[in-house]
Write a protein that binds this ligand. Structure first.
Ligand code: NAD
Length: 465
């Protein structure tokens, strides 16, 4: 099949490369010229495991190509996928500017029958808007007779595991009111069915809502568990035992019930906000979603507050090491990463930070004022252990694999006395760290004696370096 994918971000590029890999002829189009030049040379605009090899192979074998020219991209396309960003507008609602611009472009360049499938996460009713924008452009060209169909085909891939998710999806949602679109997309996705039917067919509006409901449900699980963790801390309860206790119930499950430093990324925060905006736009107060967002905002401030309570409001002679900048492991995506407000809080209060991340350094640099780096207030280490030297605490923000079982002896040696780890992901075993003489504070882990000891042993400010 000949497929055009418009937008070469995480969703567009992964979709394009995976569709090419099963034999389709895929042209990916983007308005970002530099990105397209790089892609033509096989250079990827972001880190995604396995994607470089997939792109290189399909480029070399001629099934995958890149262009900035929509006319060239859409020529003979049987399916046109819209995979551009839907960032939040000022009121939190999804900004459909890019999606509707693409619809206009499609209408201007269409020459034959095509199924226009929207993979971007878009509010209910967007497919109908896409249809009317394309129809309007066709009328303007006196080509109203050109047949085209629309479908809502939301994407569920996870950054960090995007290729595997696309190749082996849990489900493929095809929302459409057109039998032809349904057939074309079912054919396109047939190679990804694995051992049983993965395609769920539904209406346009239902497909659009499904994507938001899925992300809102996952975000709710996280915020719920963060709330329980907060309560556990106050009740001297270890949330880790509670997590295992509830996760074993198959109705609850173990997924997405890890307390932590709050959720970030390019999807959950913006999608929850967009759904809230949609609800309010329809005179319906989304009580749960609003609470999910508030809890997450508070959770993102948790580690910063903890640092202030341990070290005081003025951090001017304090230094911190931070491991993990990206919003989750496996990606260099810094969008809404909880590390951003934390670093900002520490630096604004005079503290110094040396951060390490295996892949997100370049993106992280762009997330903070350049002066911070120039003035040595924020440094980026290429070696995780080098970040620790004389730091008052290590803050673990992203559970990258390489941080899971580090050399604690070396860490203790490099950290200032008393060695302290603020574990924003509950990665480490507090009993083991206690044996090693490293103070540890997790999220929702009852560790009152450890914490009290730690507080007593904290050097007073005038005694510090
Ligand atoms: N990132 C994810 O994990 C993920 C997962 C599922 C769904 N989604 C949704 O998919 C959509 C895309 O997300 P993303 O993270 O891939 O976005 P992204 O920001 O990484 O990439 C978007 C791309 O679209 C391009 N673009 C913008 N306007 C264009 C236009 N008019 N014509 C051609 N190209 C244009 C941009 O240059 C950019 O390369 C969003 O709606 C998002 O919510 C994302």
């Amino acid at each position: 099949m000949k497929v055009t994918v418009i937008g070469t971000g995480y969703v567009g590029l992964v979709s394009g490369a995976c569709l090419a890999d099963v034999g389709n002829r895929v042209v990916c189009q983007d308005t970002d010229r530099d990105r397209i030049i790089a892609l033509k040379e096989g250079r990827l605009p972001f880190h995604e495991p396995g994607l470089d090899e997939l792109v290189a192979r399909n480029l070399a074998e001629g099934r995958l190509s890149f262009t900035t020219e929509p006319g060239e991209a859409l020529a003979e396309a049987q399916v046109a996928m819209i995979a551009v960003g839907t960032p939040p507008g000022e009121d939190g609602a999804a900004d459909l500017g890019h999606v509707l611009a693409v619809a206009r472009t499609i209408g201007r360049h269409l020459e034959g029958p095509v199924v226009v499938a929207t993979k971007s996460t878009v509010p209910v009713g967007t497919a109908e808007q896409v249809r009317s924008v394309i129809a309007e452009e066709l009328r303007r060209r006196d080509r109203a007779e050109l047949p085209f169909e629309v479908a809502a085909n939301p994407e569920f891939l996870k950054e960090g595991a995007a290729v595997a998710d696309f190749m082996k999806p849990d489900r493929i949602i095809i929302g459409t009111d057109s039998e032809r679109a349904r057939q074309v997309l079912a054919r396109l996705y047939a190679p990804f069915q694995r051992n049983h039917e993965r395609i769920l067919e539904m209406g346009l509006r239902e497909a659009e809502m499904t994507k938001y409901a899925a992300n809102a449900m996952l975000a709710t699980k996280i915020s719920f568990m963060n709330e329980i963790a907060g309560l556990c801390e106050r009740l001297d309860v270890d949330v880790e035992q509670v997590r295992l206790g509830i996760g074993s119930d198959p109705r609850i499950g173990y997924h997405f019930i890890y307390p932590g430093a709050g959720f970030g990324g390019s999807c959950f925060p913006k999608d929850v906000r967009a759904l809230i905006a949609t609800a309010r736009g329809h005179d319906f107060e989304p009580e749960i979603l609003a609470a999910v967002e508030r809890r997450n905002a508070a959770q993102k401030r948790l580690l910063g507050r903890r640092i202030l309570s341990l070290f005081g409001e003025d951090l001017s002679d304090r230094r911190f090491a931070l491991w993990g900048l990206a919003f989750k492991p496996g990606t260099d995506d810094m969008r809404e990463a909880p590390s951003i407000p934390l670093i900002t809080e520490i630096v604004r209060r005079g503290g110094r930070i040396t951060a390490h991340d295996p892949v997100a350094r370049a993106n992280a640099r762009r997330a903070f004022p350049a002066e911070w780096e120039e003035e040595g207030r924020l440094r980026f280490a290429t070696d995780p252990y080098a970040a620790l030297d004389r730091a008052d605490a290590l803050i673990l923000m992203t559970e990258w694999k390489l941080y899971r079982n580090p050399d604690f002896e070396q860490m203790k040696e490099r950290l200032a006395e008393p060695a302290l780890i603020l574990d924003g992901r509950n990665q480490y075993d507090p009993a083991h760290l206690e044996e090693l003489g490293i103070a540890w504070i997790g999220v929702g882990r009852a560790n009152p004696s450890g914490r009290a000891r730690l507080l007593r042993s904290m050097p007073q400010k005038e005694n510090t370096r």
